[in-house]
Ligand binder design. Structure first.
Ligand code: 1GP
Length: 226
């Protein structure tokens, strides 16, 4: 799966409900992929239920494998997050090692990508759970990104503002510092304007919450990039 060509991704949370008509609209929206993942109440059962509804839909399906308990077979791609600014080592490397301990035999290098997250919204569940150090200066965010790229050699980085629209200045500086790194951005994209702005700095924008709050707004984020 060539994630490096993705410009737009819808992130679906297995712990949130979505009706068939909305799911169908997302499938036909023109998005480049579905990323399945969430922080709260996500387990193998609800992940599989969502996977089953999307299997064979023609849009690439990827799992954000943040915890061994939510690992499900069959996805075309598995992103393994490591939270670079986590306050607890388990989220940097711990859960991932446990996932490989149980499921490593499922994977080969062609279907797994390490993703270095920098979690920047202190209110987000992911920030609370990972005890992320979110009070960072612009220079410190860039330094975390450079560490992910040059020390851990991660093939992709993810600026995660989940639940709020992030700072375009921060995103822009990371882009300038790492022009060749595949950058994902997620957080608060709710329509055409926010989609276009962040997409001008990163390779891939990820759109989550608005799917459940305003489907038309969600669909507009795809249209804006076409
Ligand atoms: C969440 O980055 C994604 O992991 C998308 O963020 O839900 O705020 O769109 P939103």
């Amino acid at each position: 799966m060539e994630f490096t060509k993705w410009r737009h991704v819808f992130k679906l949370d297995p712990n949130k409900s979505i009706d068939d008509a909305s799911l169908e609209a997302l499938i036909h929206s023109g998005t480049d992929a579905f990323l399945i993942g969430g922080t709260d109440g996500v387990d193998a059962e609800n992940t599989y239920r969502l996977y089953e509804r999307l299997a064979g839909c023609g849009v690439p399906l990827a799992l954000e494998m943040s915890h061994p308990d939510q690992t499900v077979r069959g996805f075309q791609h598995y992103f393994i997050p490591t939270v670079l600014n986590a306050g607890s080592v388990d989220w940097v490397i711990g859960h991932q090692a446990r996932a490989f301990e149980s499921y490593g035999h499922w994977f080969d290098a062609t279907c797994v990508t390490g993703q270095g997250y920098i979690v920047l919204n202190p209110e987000a569940k992911v920030a609370v759970v990972t005890e992320a150090k979110t009070s960072l200066s612009l220079e410190q965010v860039v330094a975390y990104a450079e560490t992910g790229r040059y020390v851990f050699r991660l093939p992709s980085l993810y600026l995660e503002y989940s639940g709020t629209f992030g700072s375009p200045d921060v995103v822009k500086e990371v882009r300038l510092a790492l022009p060749d790194t595949h950058l994902f951005y997620g957080g608060g994209i709710d329509g055409a304007e926010t989609a276009r702005l962040m997409a001008s700095y990163v390779d891939t924008i990820v759109v989550g919450n608005v799917i459940y709050e305003n489907l038309d707004g969600a669909l507009a984020t795809v249209a804006a990039l076409r």
